[in-house]
Design a binder for this molecule. Structure first.
Ligand SMILES: [Fe+2]
Ligand SMILES: [Fe+2]
Length: 367
């Protein structure tokens, strides 16, 4: 049987390679056909097809794979219900390989019944997805729509996110998740570098430790944006710039007078700098930077995201961080309120001045 393995491969990462390796070792498939998405209905704008092919060739070198341009060359929307019959014509007996996350979203696919009618589906569980619950889901699905779905419990994959890899590259940071040779192609072709200049400028204005913190906030922010369906690009920019004025002597016009010289000043100052120094015009992003320290009443999800990513990023080690971190990835609001309460109570305990916006924020969310 030939395994059909689709994906954006933007970029291909080590987990893709390890899945293909174990699929081949497993003996189920004599060959894997990689099917990079073209104009997929599920993905935002992708890197150029030719760049993705170069990366795929480097990543899967030495493995029994073939790259198919069936999705790319398809003129309409390349739904699986349309592409898979084409693959079947070409390769004969086929099996369609998808991730556990895709299985859970299967009912939202275009013509799911038609997809199931073409060929058996093989599911690679990702991360901590429970194999048993995937099995139960698959059983319900096939009872309802027909076809065959098998959970490949011996090919369990790690949870690696291409968005996080792209964000690390935008920041100019190393990432361990790229196969050999892929980073070089990324640099050569200038992929994922839209925000690179911005990142370099922020990096040059911060001490090393604060830059590490900033990278932690960006990556945490991207994870949350994925989880809570918040605009990833806005999250990236707001997190990247949130502390950009932490070490500056300049006080921009637009910083409230009662904030000048206090611990909350850098947030207002950063919002002004985002406009003046970085050309940010998006009001959502500017507000998320402005209120990342004080909070305020009636915050947007993006504002909560930056506030929370700031206090739970991996370099944070204060007492109680684990609890807030867990809550932050369970429910955005729950995490936010927990963190707000903690910092408000600490300020009270230590008899520190509390900025009026923080009082308003606390009254709004915690009373
Ligand atoms: Fe800050
Ligand atoms: Fe910060």
């Amino acid at each position: 049987m030939v395994g059909i393995f689709g994906g954006a491969f933007d970029p291909p990462h080590k987990e893709h390679v390890s899945i293909v390796k174990s699929l081949c070792e497993n003996g189920l498939f004599e060959k894997i056909v990689l099917l990079p998405s073209g104009n997929s209905p599920h993905k935002d704008s992708l890197s150029p097809y030719s760049s993705r092919i170069r990366m795929i060739e480097a990543a899967f070198r030495g493995l029994p794979v073939e790259i198919s341009d069936a999705e790319w060359s398809f003129s309409g929307r390349a739904y699986s219900s349309v592409i898979l019959p084409e693959m079947k014509k070409r390769y004969g007996e086929i099996g369609f390989i998808i991730g556990g996350d895709s299985l859970l979203a299967f009912r939202t696919w275009h013509e799911p019944k038609a997809v199931l009618a073409v060929c058996p589906i093989f599911v690679v569980p990702r991360g901590d997805e429970e194999i048993d619950s995937l099995r139960a889901f698959a059983e319900d699905l096939t009872n309802e729509l027909g076809g065959s779905v098998e959970i490949l419990s011996n090919v369990k994959g790690k949870d690696v996110s291409s968005s996080l890899i792209r964000a690390a590259i935008e920041l100019g940071e190393e990432t361990e998740d790229l196969p050999i040779g892929v980073r070089e192609i990324i640099e050569e072709e200038g992929l994922y570098s839209e925000k690179r200049k911005m990142a370099e400028k922020v990096k040059s204005s911060l001490p090393e430790k604060r830059w590490k913190h900033t990278c932690g906030v960006v990556l945490t922010g991207i994870k949350m944006a994925e989880l809570y369906h918040i605009d990833k690009e806005k999250a990236f920019t707001a997190c990247l710039l949130h502390d950009c004025m932490k070490y500056s002597e300049i006080v921009h016009k637009g910083v409230p007078e009662d904030a000048v010289g206090t611990k909350v000043m850098h947030a207002f100052n950063g919002a002004e700098e985002a406009k003046i120094g970085f050309g940010v015009t998006d009001e959502d992003v500017i507000a998320a930077i402005r209120y990342h320290t004080t909070g305020r009443a009636a915050m947007s999800d993006l504002e909560k995201l930056v506030y929370l990513a700031d206090v739970v990023e991996p370099n944070r080690t204060y007492d109680g961080v684990d609890e807030i971190r867990a809550a932050a990835f369970r429910d955005l609001n729950e995490g936010f309120v927990l963190s707000l309460k903690r910092s408000y109570e600490l300020l009270l305990q230590r008899e520190k001045p509390i900025y009026y916006l923080t009082v308003e924020c606390y009254n709004y969310y915690c009373k």
